[in-house]
Design a protein around this ligand. Structure first.
Ligand SMILES: *[C@@H]1O[C@H](CO)[C@@H](O)[C@H](O)[C@H]1NC(C)=O
Ligand SMILES: *[C@@H]1O[C@H](CO)[C@@H](O)[C@H](O)[C@H]1NC(C)=O
Ligand SMILES: *[C@@H]1O[C@H](CO)[C@@H](O)[C@H](O)[C@H]1NC(C)=O
Ligand SMILES: *[C@@H]1O[C@H](CO)[C@@H](O)[C@H](O)[C@H]1NC(C)=O
Ligand SMILES: *[C@@H]1O[C@H](CO)[C@@H](O)[C@H](O)[C@H]1NC(C)=O
Ligand SMILES: *[C@@H]1O[C@H](CO)[C@@H](O)[C@H](O)[C@H]1NC(C)=O
Length: 537
């Protein structure tokens, strides 16, 4: 009896030890997960919004003066909730939101590899709650998973060309979160020299921006799922009138930016978010540079010097029918019904006149003479998939593959099971894996509570093994196994191999190669028509 309780005591204290970590900023207490053998440290603050200027740079968070109980991941940054939320279209959030979650598997391995995931949501929606990005499938592979919040909309992406609000504040929030992880993850058993950052859609776009920025690099590898910094429409001009015009909407008339700023700094975030949902385009921008202000983005990613890329391994890709979801999502239904959807889509990145012969060539390439929107909507979906995702990703990956010691692994996800995440969200019945679908095999999400069937479970096992092999070893298929009976080669200067993730795993080559060749020629002929280049004189 005595021996039994002594053993029990040892077991309990062993577990307790893992629930408590001591970092340079103080001690942090976690909680055991209820869906796997790992510990969750939820809602750790990594920075603080500056109350005098909530649209500007965030400031350091003070050290914890007592034990920090990391039990609550519910903080989200101000937003109209959509897509990834249980409460569609309702305002939610507060400025006390710069927090991250750390999920640590219970194992004796020291120096675990770390995967830091940045959510997507077009820079205005989203959060890192476990209900939307549950790490259960990933932590089984003995890696630490971190998910982070960053400011959205006007608070994260107001770009005013003034030193107090130069733009890209949300990217700086992410940078500070990555830095926090690099500086403190050792205390959780993680290896700060083995950090992979990854994201999906606009989350992948920002990960690519962290790769392209000239700021010191804080990580070793990246995962880019359906997004790169060169995706059309995601680098926008500055809006130097934003503060004055938002103040005016709230009934405060001034023609002075700083007067508007002091007024808006005190305004309720809910009022500001509600006043700015529609006509503002909150996205990363090319910054005007100021003495004493570190810039994050200074050039169009299309022309980036790519100075930080040598030696960074990259895994990423796209889905087979990226834009099928646009026939279902309310936001994109509007876009796809525009009479000139091809012109307006291309002009998110280029500057073409309506009578440009190039636009006609694109129309003929995708539609032939079919002008009937009912019958040609699938052709427009193909155009959007190529223009917005498949081409920019392949173009960017081919560039990256030229770098020294940089292995670039490309995938195309075409599997259709019960966990395809976008299909489930919008009850999509059209064939073809669409944007966001692959994420259901990597993270758990509240709206797919199903216990996976055996095919889907095998897909989860395959994908999370590929992803975590990459995170741990820099190579998704270091050995052939029954689960992964393939060898997934990286791109070379002349070849574009691609792992097709379907019922089976198959190495194919140059997916959609005819369409890609078309866009190669289109880009070569029109790079001088790119919209936003640089603010340098
Ligand atoms: C907060 O913002 C105000 C207004 O821009 C600025 O004067 C102040 O220095 C900022 N605080 C910190 C700690 O950076
Ligand atoms: C968790 O944090 C939210 C704010 O983000 C707060 O409203 C809620 O009360 C907290 N829950 C607990 C149990 O402390
Ligand atoms: C800006 O406002 C000030 C004070 O109301 C006024 O004197 C000035 O004429 C205004 N300037 C412009 C350019 O509207
Ligand atoms: C572009 O031209 C087409 C055909 O000439 C016309 O139907 C359409 O309204 C024009 N669109 C714009 C945006 O001017
Ligand atoms: C999808 O179907 C489910 C179950 O039939 C339903 O509850 C949900 O509202 C549907 N969602 C959409 C976006 O149509
Ligand atoms: C997958 O591979 C198995 C065994 O090689 C084969 O029998 C099956 O037809 C393949 N399935 C598909 C969808 O290609």
């Amino acid at each position: 009896m005595f021996t039994y309780s002594a053993i029990l005591l040892v077991i309990i204290s062993h577990v307790e030890l893992r629930l408590l970590v001591h970092t340079e900023v103080g001690s942090i207490q976690g909680v055991p997960a209820d869906d796997g053998d790992y510990v969750m440290f939820l809602g750790i603050p990594y920075a603080r919004v500056n109350v005098s200027n909530p649209f500007g740079a965030s400031i350091p968070h003070e050290k914890f003066d007592k034990l920090f109980e990391a039990f609550n991941d519910s903080a989200i940054c101000p937003q109209m909730q959509q897509l990834y939320s249980k409460t569609n279209h309702l305002y939610g959030g507060s400025l006390d939101c710069l927090k991250l979650n750390v999920y640590v598997p219970n194992s004796k391995t020291m120096d675990k590899a770390v995967y830091l995931y940045i959510f997507g949501g077009r820079f205005v929606h989203g959060h890192s709650r476990k209900s939307s990005y549950g790490p259960k499938y990933l932590v089984r592979h003995d890696i630490i998973v971190v998910t982070i919040n960053y400011r959205l909309g006007p608070y994260g992406f107001m770009c005013m060309d003034i030193p107090e609000i130069p733009g890209n504040q949300g990217l700086w929030d992410q940078y500070k979160a990555i830095k926090w992880v690099r500086d403190h993850i050792r205390a959780f058993g993680g290896n700060p020299q083995k950090i992979t950052i990854g994201g999906h859609s606009s989350g992948a776009l920002v990960v690519d921006m962290h790769l392209l920025t000239k700021q010191p690099r804080l990580f070793q590898q990246v995962i880019l799922q359906s997004g790169t910094a060169t995706n059309p429409g995601f680098v926008v001009p500055s809006n130097t009138k934003a503060l004055i015009s938002i103040a005016e909407k709230l009934g405060f008339i001034t023609n002075d930016t700083y007067t508007a700023l002091s007024f808006l700094a005190k305004a309720d975030p809910e009022t500001i978010i509600k006043a700015t949902t529609d006509e503002y385009n909150w996205k990363p921008c090319i910054e005007k540079e100021f003495e004493g202000v570190a810039p994050f983005v200074v050039e169009n990613p299309e022309f980036s010097g790519e100075t930080n890329i040598d030696g960074v391994n990259i895994l990423g890709g796209f889905t087979f029918k990226e834009c099928i979801y646009s026939l279902y999502s309310p936001t994109y239904k509007k876009l796809i019904s525009e009479p000139d959807v091809i012109l307006s889509s291309i002009n998110r990145k280029f500057n073409f006149k309506n009578d440009s012969n190039f636009i006609n060539v694109v129309k003929h390439f995708y539609l032939g003479d079919d002008t009937d929107r009912k019958s040609n909507k699938y052709k427009i979906v193909d155009f959007l998939s190529d223009f917005d995702f498949v081409y920019p990703i392949q173009r960017q990956f081919k560039k990256y593959a030229r770098h020294k010691n940089t292995n670039v692994y490309l995938y195309m996800f075409s599997y259709e099971g019960h966990l395809n995440r976008m299909k489930r969200l919008f009850n999509i019945t059209d064939a073809g894996a669409t944007h966001f679908d692959e994420l259901g095999y990597i993270f758990t999400v509240y709206y797919i509570p199903d216990i996976p069937n055996s095919n889907d479970q095998r897909k989860i096992d395959q994908m999370t093994t590929l992803w975590t092999n990459f995170i741990k070893y820099g190579n998704p298929t270091p050995v052939r196994t029954e689960l992964l009976p393939v060898s997934w080669p990286p791109l070379t200067t002349d070849t574009v191999p691609c792992l097709q993730i379907d019922s089976n795993l198959t190495v194919i080559s140059r997916p959609f190669h005819s369409n890609m060749a078309f866009w190669d020629l289109f880009y070569d002929a029109n790079l001088d028509k790119l919209k936003i280049v640089s603010k340098k004189p």
